[in-house]
Design a protein around this ligand. Structure first.
Ligand SMILES: C[S@@+](CC[C@H](N)C(=O)[O-])C[C@H]1O[C@@H](n2cnc3c(N)ncnc32)[C@H](O)[C@@H]1O
Length: 451
């Protein structure tokens, strides 16, 4: 969970002025001569906003559902149409329910709590089906959505800032750099929520005025792993305060870095921490990628194992720290390829104890495994970042690997890459959406191709 979509997805800009008065909040903007109209919402769009039509143009109306009759203020242009904010819900649509979280609407973490459960699942499935259809793959069967439960997110990134003399710690507001103070969250695992109060207290002791910090909290085997990004390098007093916090909150590890790509400095390392993938506990460095929930990961891994059953030699592309590699290695030889130095380091170190696994560090955008290199494998899994795997997909398309599993958190780039594979002679057998970004507009999927 990231702090805007820190709730769930991407990060927004860093707020500079929290605590200086907030006349520009989405809820407090003076009407200022902007056009006000009544609209009926027709459907929900890809980013989770309701969609209506005004003068033949699409209007994006956040937190609305089909059938809602709303009075809105048109805020201005937005890519593909107009952006509007609800001033009044005149008549609710039939799919509307009361959002379970009191912060819904303000907090940028969730976009879809106001939709009944059946419509919600249909929407997530529809996102995948629409992306496939846009890529000319509309006849591919899309399975029912595999759901994950609330309170199971095992990693979350909070924003923290000193504002008006006090510390705010939470997620970015929707469409804003303002931070919503969060004490409770229906998405995040209780073990992570339990650390917020002590975290607020230590931040109050060490945090100076300035741009917000990121505080990522991940629940691993062995305890919580907290990584603070941003702010001034901690001096002696701050280091002592952080270490005391780590003891009091019984953290596994606490680290700091100046920026996202800067070296990570340990502030406290109290216990060994690992991510468990199949039979292997992989000691992972701070900040390394993990699937957002253990449940979602289990669903993806089970689907991959089922599709790749019987394969003697599997290549796992964009392998991370070995989420799929080690479970697959229980039955197959696995060659794992990963570009990130830290993830690869963890993967390669753990692979030393597993003879069935070989590991390679390689940039698969610039230097994908070629079709000729892929010929020695009889199974392939690719799980790229949101940008997808365009160059690698072109090579897979030209290969003879008989079974390919695709895992993706972006149906749009997945559909593009799937089209490449289909054009290369693969049949896309089935696609299963996995809802592990609960109540956000994001959806994960796992798919099986055969040649
Ligand atoms: C969505 S994550 C999946 C990781 C892993 N399969 C898992 O489930 O934990 C995508 C992975 O691709 C890696 N990655 C991103 N860009 C890459 C590139 N150009 N070449 C190789 N790996 C890359 C990231 O470091 C990350 O580990």
């Amino acid at each position: 969970m990231r702090r805007q979509g820190r709730g769930q997805g991407q990060r927004q800009g860093q707020g500079q002025g929290q605590g200086q008065g907030r006349s520009a909040s989405p809820h407090g903007t003076p009407h200022g001569g902007k056009r006000q109209v009544e609209l009926t919402v027709e459907r929900i769009g890809g980013r989770g906003d309701g969609l209506a039509t005004l003068d033949g143009r699409p209007v994006f109306v956040p937190q609305t559902v089909p059938g809602d009759r709303v009075r809105v203020r048109v805020e201005g242009e937005r890519a593909g149409g107009l952006a509007a904010e609800v001033l009044e819900l005149i008549e609710p649509g039939p799919e509307r329910v009361e959002a379970p979280c009191g912060l819904f609407g303000r907090c940028g973490g969730c976009a879809l709590q106001h939709l009944d459960d059946t419509s919600y699942a249909r929407l997530k499935r529809g996102q995948v089906a629409t992306a496939l259809s846009r890529a000319g793959l509309g006849d591919v069967p899309v399975g029912e959505v595999l759901r994950t439960a609330p309170a199971t997110r095992r990693r979350a990134t909070f924003a923290a800032k000193r504002a008006g003399g006090r510390v705010v710690l939470g997620f970015n507001e929707r469409q804003s750099a303002w931070i919503v103070d969060v004490a409770d969250c229906l998405v995040v695992a209780p073990a992570i929520l339990a650390v917020l109060e002590p975290l607020r207290a230590v931040l109050d002791a060490v945090l100076a005025d300035g741009p917000p910090l990121d505080v990522s909290v991940t629940a691993l085997d062995g305890g919580l792993d907290v990584l603070v990004t941003g702010g001034a390098e901690p001096g002696l007093a701050a280091r002592e305060a952080w270490a005391a916090f780590a003891d009091a909150a019984d953290l596994g590890r606490l680290s700091w870095r100046a920026q996202e790509r800067s070296p990570v400095e340990p502030l406290a390392h109290r216990r060994p921490l690992a991510a468990r993938f199949g039979a292997v506990a992989v000691p992972v460095p701070p900040g390394v990628f993990l699937q957002p929930s253990a449940e979602g990961e289990a669903a993806l891994v089970a689907a991959a194992l089922a599709a790749l059953e019987g394969c003697g030699h599997v290549v796992d592309l964009f392998a991370g720290a070995g989420t799929f590699t080690f479970p697959l290695a229980l039955a197959s030889r696995v060659h794992a390829v990963e570009g990130d130095e830290a993830a690869f380091g963890a993967l390669a170190a753990a692979a030393r104890g597993v003879p069935a696994v070989s590991a390679q560090r390689r940039d698969l955008f610039r230097d994908p495994l070629t079709a000729a290199e892929l010929h020695r494998f009889d199974g392939l899994l690719f799980d790229p970042p949101r940008a997808g795997a365009a160059a690698q997909a072109a090579e897979i398309a030209g290969s003879r690997v008989p079974v390919v599993v695709g895992v993706s958190c972006n149906p749009g780039t997945f559909a593009r890459d799937a089209r490449t594979l289909v054009d290369g002679g693969y049949a896309l057998e089935a696609v299963t959406p996995v809802d592990q970004f609960l109540w956000s507009s994001h959806v994960e999927l796992v798919a099986v191709f055969r040649k």
